[in-house]
Write a protein that binds this ligand. Sequence first.
Ligand code: ATR
Length: 282
Amino acid sequence: MMIWKTRCVAVIGHPVFHSLSPRMHQSAFNRLKLDYLYLAFDISPRNLKKGVEALKQLGFRGFNVTVPHKETIIPLLDQISSEVKAIGAVNTVLIEDGKLKGFNTDGAGLTESMRRGWGFSVRNRQVMILGAGGAAKAASAQFALEGAKKIGIANRTRSKGIALKKRLKKYFPNVEAAVFGLDSPDLKNFLRQADLLINTTSVGLHPGDPSLLPTDYFHKDLKVCDLIYNPSMTPFLKAAHRRGCLTLNGRGMLLYQGALAFQIWTGRRAPVEVMARAISLR
Ligand code: ATR
């Protein structure tokens, strides 16, 4: 039963119907018997300001932010955390004392998923990121924050790769970063020395998509991650698997970014097993 003290949270995006966050969070609230309700709102870009104001006025505890609002929401917030400054995007908002406070748990969710899945930390490691969009921004800033030794960025549009490197150097002047084209021979050389390779592009999402890199680019000690979780095994991960690499898809990132958001809103440790079951994809 919903009564006056029920706390509401939501995800806002456009579109938002596909989001797994409502079932993931609601299962966690229910398990801990927290009187919270998680909703989903489709808010178009031109209505973002009004939508956010409405959530505040209705007394929401906070909300998740997804595409296409992760960057455009920043000017509407009262405070942003240090990782938001470095990443330039928000995925979680806490409304506290009438103030909108922005966080980004995507990057930390990703590295937590690698710690839990592989016992792997990026500290002092050489890592390669494919892509230079929003997900690559979150991943690269988190890797820099956690002390990666060298970060490679390979993107189809080289200028975007260069812009991401510049952004990274601005916030993390000491990090060593390099940019490659997807077909550059230097990319293969960089990968020989790399510990981690991660695909942040959308290639692999659609049936018939190829692997972004040929099988001989993977060496057996490389850890390989694809942020795509549906399908659970992309052609990219299949190629890595054929070479004997340890692989992870994006489900762990989805789970742990959610677990961190849950903690921000409730102050409680998230029941990750319950949340994982709620988003298990067959
Ligand atoms: P997200 O927020 O999920 O990272 P995005 O910001 O739209 O999404 O970024 C998509 C990424 O996938 C970009 O790096 C894009 O490369 P470009 O900068 O060259 O557009 C990459 N991408 C999308 N389709 C691709 C394709 N067919 N081949 C290679 N890269 C592709």
